[in-house]
Design a protein around this ligand. Structure first.
Ligand code: ZN
Length: 201
């Protein structure tokens, strides 16, 4: 057993920080020490921000995004194109696409992907709500922005079948060479998908 070098309060702070994604025990220790040293500049505002987030953050009842208002800022943004719904598995993917700022559309967060091995079935995701939204006459295109994994692609096929009767075009993200990527470093799957989906110049 390693010797304890701090009281239980500090150890608890370190243990909680270590549960955050991307933080191991060592970086959690560093983060805890940093917070303690910067009590006024960082720890107090962080504590306040966490309290506000805990009390105010809700899941959007339309798209599944998280925000401090329901419907969320994205769903109520009148400048967004209502004819396109981008389907993502997680809020993190929604944020990633928003950072890319490629499309000015609305979203639908599934809450995961179908995974028979992990016991995740259609009833565990917001697929029914998506199908209902896709039947709104204003919606013309559903973009399946799902992971290029077996589960992601299984989910994409499943949703495509369900949307057969909806009057929408169903599209998915292109698979291909990353911007700045060198061909020699790509895995065979990516390279093969990129060459099959080549586009005219
Ligand atoms: Zn929303």
């Amino acid at each position: 057993m390693p010797k304890s070098i701090a009281g239980p309060e500090i150890e608890r702070l370190i243990q909680l920080l270590a549960r955050l994604p991307g933080l191991g025990p060592r970086s959690a220790r560093r983060a805890a020490l940093h917070l303690i040293k910067k009590r006024d500049q960082l720890m107090t505002p962080l504590t306040d921000a966490l309290g506000v987030a805990r009390d105010r953050i809700v899941v959007c009842s339309v798209c599944g995004n998280i925000d401090s208002q329901n419907p969320c800022t994205v769903c109520t943004d009148q400048k967004r194109d209502p004819s396109m719904i981008i389907v993502v598995s997680d809020v993190a993917d929604l944020w990633a696409l928003e950072r890319a700022a490629a499309l000015n559309a609305r979203y639908h967060v599934l809450g995961g992907t179908l995974s028979p091995l992990d016991g995740v079935g259609p009833q565990d995701l917001t697929i029914d709500a998506l199908v209902a939204r896709a039947h709104d006459p204003v919606v013309k295109e559903v973009v399946l922005a799902l992971n290029a994994t077996v589960d992601g692609q299984t989910t994409a096929h499943y949703i495509t079948d369900l949307l057969h009767n909806a009057n929408v075009k169903v599209t998915r993200l292109a698979h291909g060479v990353p911007v700045g990527g060198e061909l020699d470093y790509l895995d065979e799957g990516t390279l093969s998908a990129a060459i099959k989906q080549r586009t005219p110049i």
